[in-house]
Design a protein around this ligand. Structure first.
Ligand SMILES: *[C@@H]1O[C@H](CO)[C@@H](O)[C@H](O)[C@H]1NC(C)=O
Ligand SMILES: *[C@@H]1O[C@H](CO)[C@@H](O)[C@H](O)[C@H]1NC(C)=O
Ligand SMILES: *[C@@H]1O[C@H](CO)[C@@H](O)[C@H](O)[C@H]1NC(C)=O
Ligand SMILES: *[C@@H]1O[C@H](CO)[C@@H](O)[C@H](O)[C@H]1NC(C)=O
Length: 447
């Protein structure tokens, strides 16, 4: 009984559709009589709903145009190890359904209706880079206009694969692609388009992004190449999403402390070489730097070799080198003040050449030291090892006496002078090398 009634209803419906088809040619006008009393009549849309399994076109050789745009509402995570970008997108799609149309004047001035999306044909647009299955929330609705234009928006957390290059960390920019294409339909049946300019997408995204996190949206570009797989050609729209890291956290936590430690290491060359505090001081700095590196390791990207790691390694090497230099100079001074070896002739003449002023004018040793480019800081410390050793005369005194004739004392003086010269020379080399390396790193980071 009931089945018969249903069959009858369906027959009637088919008849109506048939009549509509015949009477109005290609237009499928929805009959909205009764909308003013009972609201929207589901039966009026039944013919449309029944067709949802098929692509809504009248002539199957014409493709459906789907206009796509999106709003990037958050950049949630950038995983350099897995090379993944997790973002939140609101995807808008628009297409025409020629089986829907009504006359708003006849239909109590309804221009737009929302219809549960499950009753309509939805294009199978996917994001090619997405590494997770589409988790579209259920129960979405779509706007349907009186001309049959359907607007369907869906939110989505998209984890997409992105070729991340962390070499310039923390001053890096990434250029990730988000490609929209149909999963099944080739260009013969579905073409993609855009009704918005790409700068509008960028502007809306900038306005909408709430997160003040690590990443900042820089810009969005697009390209529309078609993709050929075998004999099939698929339409696609590629958006290039350029994002930039906000480096402040890393500058404050990584670069500033490390630069301070290296600067202190460089300044510690001004501690007199004879002072026994220089080497322990440098060792302490080295230890401090190691602790710093251990603690800050979590902030560095887990994979790849960013420039900043090279920078840290070089800073550490500089500190080790400066410690080695201190050990060398201390050894040289110790040797000079306890048992000065005979001085090679060339070195002797070199030193004499460099200190001619000192030798000939013993009353103005200051001038001589200046000629040697000795830092004045080196001079006061001279006393210490002398007191320690006891038997060895004050080098300056030795120098003075050198003019008058004591050979051993003169030799000690020359060796001490040589040590200080070496110290200054190595310190300058150290500064030169450090400047070159810091400038290189800065230039690399700026490109
Ligand atoms: C619309 O449907 C009503 C009944 O529901 C019918 O009386 C009327 O003739 C129909 N109008 C058209 C244009 O088909
Ligand atoms: C369908 O579209 C094609 C291409 O525009 C055209 O050649 C063909 O005549 C159309 N068929 C009908 C039935 O309108
Ligand atoms: C898609 O956008 C184009 C403009 O780029 C417009 O002409 C066309 O009507 C739009 N189609 C849909 C279905 O929105
Ligand atoms: C991202 O890469 C694409 C292709 O390599 C390029 O066309 C686009 O300009 C890049 N975008 C930015 C902001 O660098």
């Amino acid at each position: 009984m009931e089945g018969g009634w249903l069959a009858g209803g369906r027959l009637l419906l088919c008849l109506t559709v048939h009549l509509l088809l015949q009477g109005r040619g290609d237009t499928f006008t929805i009959n909205c009589s009764g909308f003013d009393q009972h609201g929207v009549d589901p039966a009026a849309f039944q013919a449309v709903f029944d067709r949802k399994a098929f692509r809504p076109v009248i002539n199957y050789s014409l493709p459906t145009q789907v206009n796509i745009s999106f709003t990037l509402s958050a950049i949630l995570e950038v995983d350099a190890q897995l090379q993944l970008l997790t973002s939140f997108l609101w995807i808008n799609m628009m297409w025409d359904n020629p089986f829907i149309s009504w006359n708003p004047e006849e239909c109590v001035n309804i221009n737009k209706l929302t219809i549960a999306a499950e009753n309509l044909w939805i294009p199978d647009i996917i994001i090619s880079e997405s590494m997770t299955v589409d988790k579209t929330p259920p129960g979405l609705t779509a706007y349907v206009s009186s001309e049959g234009r359907i607007q369907y928006n869906k939110p989505g957390r998209v984890t997409s694969i992105c070729n991340l290059d962390i070499f310039y960390f923390p001053f890096d920019q990434q250029n990730c692609t988000v490609t929209f294409s149909s999963f099944l339909h080739t260009v013969d049946s579905l073409v993609l388009g855009m009704d918005k300019e790409v700068w509008e997408i960028t502007d809306t995204s900038r306005d909408v992004i709430q997160t003040q996190g690590e990443w900042e949206l820089q810009g969005i570009n697009m390209a529309t190449p078609t993709m050929s797989v075998g004999s099939h050609t698929y339409d696609q729209i590629i958006f290039y999403v350029a994002i930039r890291r906000r480096p402040r956290l890393y500058v404050i936590n990584l670069l500033v402390p490390s630069s301070f430690l290296v600067a202190i290491d460089a300044l510690s060359f001004y501690l007199p070489a004879e002072n026994e505090n220089r080497a322990p001081f440098k060792i302490t700095l080295l230890l401090g730097y190691n602790v710093f590196l251990l603690m800050m390791n979590d902030l560095l990207p887990a994979s790849g070799t960013p420039l900043i790691s090279v920078y840290f390694a070089l800073c550490l090497s500089m500190m080790v080198l400066s410690l080695l230099e201190t050990i060398f100079i201390t050894y040289l001074l110790h040797l000079a003040t306890t048992q000065p070896p005979p001085m090679p002739r060339w070195l002797h003449s070199l030193l004499l050449h460099g200190t001619r002023a000192t030798r000939c004018c013993p009353t103005v040793p200051q001038k001589g030291t200046k000629g040697l480019d000795l830092t004045p800081a080196h001079l006061p410390g001279l006393k210490e090892p002398v007191e320690l050793v006891g038997t060895v005369p004050d080098p300056r005194e030795a120098e003075l006496r050198g003019c008058s004739g004591s050979t051993v004392a003169r030799l000690v003086g020359l060796w001490v002078q040589f040590s200080h010269m070496m110290d200054t020379l190595l310190f300058r080399l150290y500064l030169l090398f450090m400047a070159a390396f810091v400038i290189t790193v800065i230039v690399l980071w700026n490109t």
